[in-house]
Design a protein around this ligand. Structure first.
Ligand code: FAD
Length: 309
């Protein structure tokens, strides 16, 4: 099964992102999250690709374990940064060898200081679109890409960023996943601009409840997004009260998810940081249908995961 096929079934879908764990304790937490989310049948679960050899090997190992030991469909992220084309071919080959046929193709940021100048490997690729084409040339992979509703921080302007996004999709991407969103309107604008430029493939909005002002500031600093004023004000009003901050973050995420679904979002992609609770709470608040029999899922008339009333 590929993500392409999963997303072609009636939606809306939900999907989650995990990170390769750094030690045994983190790995145990990840597996707990996986086991708790598994019964809700996400369309796919993606595993990020870190900088440095050992983190990278862990991405391969975790995606392999998810494919072998769970009913979930793993998507392996892959970044072009720091790799020769020969190495990228080899990593894609390792994914294929363990049965992982779904790849999220990214350019990656410079390791260490993500704001440093981006320098291509002398025998490597320059842009994610080239990695999409490489993966597609190596076999029957379903490939996804990243999308930036607020424009990628390295882009000189929104027009060129959209043009490159459209080209990246045309290189063979089946779907895109956005950076963490704070407003449904940002997703609607990207979807509409992409559609006007001929992109019909699903663009999945990225969601994570943010539960403190400090965390929100840090996320925006790292991603180059503007600080969302309304959420920042709501979090500032409860600063120092962890439980109240959590309630604000959840409320904001649920409101945004409702708006996204009402606007026709094909799914919701949750940034989990390897925990299940926030995702499960948002889905519960949306009355997302619970576990369904596998037979219902294989039917073409229902995804089995329609948000109920
Ligand atoms: P690209 O699509 O290559 O775009 C980068 C910049 O180049 C943009 O400004 C774009 O407009 C421009 N551009 C693109 N094509 C061209 C062209 N042909 N000519 C000129 N300019 C062009 N990072 C990790 O290290 N590991 C991960 O697992 C990871 N997962 C992510 C998942 C998601 C959903 C998202 C949104 C991001 C993720 N990232 C990850 C971060 C990502 O690697 C960085 O944001 C990176 O800076 C951009 O990657 P990209 O694939 O969008 O790059």
């Amino acid at each position: 099964v590929t993500v392409r096929e999963r997303l072609a079934a009636p939606g809306p879908h939900f999907s989650v992102e995990f990170m390769p764990p750094r030690d045994d304790a983190e790995e145990a937490a990840l597996w707990l999250a996986i086991r708790r989310l598994e019964p809700l049948r996400p369309a796919f679960v993606s595993v990020t690709y870190g900088a440095g050899g050992s983190r990278r090997d862990r991405t391969i190992r975790i995606t392999e374990r998810i494919a072998a030991e769970t009913t979930l469909l793993p998507v392996a992220h892959l970044t072009a940064v720091g790799h020769s084309v020969a190495e990228l071919r080899q990593v894609i080959g390792s994914y294929a060898a363990v049965g992982v046929r779904n790849i999220l193709a990214l350019r990656g940021d410079p390791p260490g200081d993500p704001t440093a100048d981006w320098v291509a490997h002398p025998d490597g690729l320059h842009y994610a679109g080239e990695l999409v084409a490489l993966a597609r040339s190596l076999g029957d992979f379903s490939v996804g890409v990243a999308a930036f509703p607020e424009t990628h921080p390295r882009s000189p302007d929104a027009e060129s960023d959209l043009r490159h996004f459209v080209a990246k999709m045309a290189a063979g991407a089946d779907y895109a996943v956005t950076q963490m969103l704070f407003s449904a309107g940002d997703w609607v604008r990207l979807r509409d601009r992409a559609a006007a430029a001929g992109v019909g493939a699903p663009i999945l909005p990225g969601i994570m409840p943010v539960t403190s002002l400090a965390r929100l500031r840090r996320i925006c600093e790292l991603s180059g997004q503007r600080l969302p004023g309304d959420l920042a004000d709501r979090l500032a009003a409860v600063d120092g009260d962890a439980a109240a901050g959590r309630a604000v973050g959840m409320e904001h995420a649920v409101e945004m998810a409702r708006e996204l679904l009402a606007e026709g979002a094909p799914g919701l992609h949750f940034y989990t940081f390897n925990r299940s609770k926030a995702t499960l709470d948002v889905l519960a608040a949306l009355d997302w249908a619970g576990p369904v029999p596998a037979a219902a899922l294989s039917s073409t008339t229902t995804s089995g995961l329609l948000p109920g009333g």
